[in-house]
Design a protein around this ligand. Structure first.
Ligand code: FAD
Length: 292
């Protein structure tokens, strides 16, 4: 099923993100993870794509497994910054071959010490979106950044560039992680003012461990709320307590987002199905009542 049809049919959607393993020997672990996640009956599961295409084959394989074996719609991420249009066409042919018609089209982070744009390579996600839409047969989504993208200090321009992606044919957006819902509401208002009307799915990152949250916030530039900082400070040396508090924080954040009518919730599971399960247990009745 196309993701846009899911989003048009019911609100809010609930979806998960997983990443492919760095080593092929760990592929079976990820298949077990998605199998467990599928039991939560998500609306779709997305699979990230290694920048530079390193884990590209595994992205296709996992997305295929999710859809054809587990019966859950999958969304394959695809980055373009290290690719030519010919290389991208090979991948899109493979996706279509497997019946995978949902793609999250991304630029990817620019590799260090590499000239950008490299000759013949894509420059921005909008260029990839344009090509995928022109090729046809895909429901194409894109990324957006409620606190602005780290490479662009000009938040106004960042939204203008986002509009370029939507005008290029991006059917829906998934946000970068954020910890303060007011940041998202403010962002949604700014999108509305710019006439960006596609569904925006809120990306939620639960704490799995202190190091990963520090790394992710540094990379994404997401601001920690005082409440979140206090939680990290208080429980940083007690992983189980931190996990419990982090799950409660994510549940609270999701309930507020659903109460305020977001299009969907996308949980960055970090390949930890037990965390997604705890969150789903905390919102089961809420999701159930929204489906009625
Ligand atoms: P773009 O939309 O191209 O924007 C990138 C930057 O360029 C922004 O600063 C923007 O303001 C600026 N810009 C855009 N257009 C122009 C223009 N015409 N002129 C000048 N500047 C411009 N990374 C991975 O490697 N693999 C993944 O699977 C992956 N999944 C992700 C999923 C989500 C939901 C999100 C939010 C991010 C994901 N990322 C992933 C990270 C993403 O690839 C990086 O944030 C990357 O740096 C930007 O990608 P983008 O598609 O947003 O790029």
């Amino acid at each position: 099923m196309k993701i846009i049809d899911i989003l048009n049919k019911k609100k809010p959607s609930v979806s998960f993100e997983v990443f492919p393993p760095k080593e092929n020997s760990k592929l079976a672990d990820v298949m077990n993870t998605v199998e467990r996640l599928s039991r939560q009956k998500p609306d779709f599961i997305s699979v990230t794509y290694g920048a530079g295409g390193g884990t590209c084959a595994n992205t296709c394989e996992i997305a295929d497994y999710i859809q054809s074996r587990l019966g859950v719609t999958s969304l394959a991420h695809l980055t373009c910054v290290s690719s030519t249009s010919n290389e991208i066409r090979k991948i899109t042919a493979e996706l279509k071959n497997k019946g995978l018609h949902n793609v999250l089209a991304l630029r990817g982070d620019i590799p260090k010490d590499v000239e950008h744009p490299s000759p013949g390579h894509y420059k921005q996600a909008a260029d990839l979106i344009r090509d995928l839409v022109k090729e046809g047969g895909f429901c194409v989504g894109g990324a957006c950044y409620p606190e602005g993208h780290v490479d662009n200090p000009n938040k106004e321009k960042d939204i203008d560039y986002l509009k370029e992606k939507v005008d290029a044919g991006c059917a829906f957006l998934i946000t970068q992680l954020f910890f303060d819902n007011n940041v998202l509401y403010n962002f949604l208002y700014r999108l509305f003012q710019k006439n960006i009307n596609v569904p925006v799915i809120a990306g939620i990152m639960p704490v799995t461990n202190i190091n990963s949250i520090r790394r992710m916030t540094k990379l994404s530039g997401a601001t920690l709320t005082p409440k979140y900082k206090a939680m990290l400070d208080r429980f940083e040396h007690s992983p189980e307590a931190l996990r419990q508090a982090g799950t409660a924080y994510a549940v609270e954040q999701i309930i507020d987002l659903i109460s305020n009518g977001v299009s969907g919730i996308h949980i960055y599971t970090m390949n930890k199905p037990e965390i997604a399960e705890s969150i789903m247990a905390g919102i089961s009745e809420i999701i159930g009542s929204e489906k009625k």
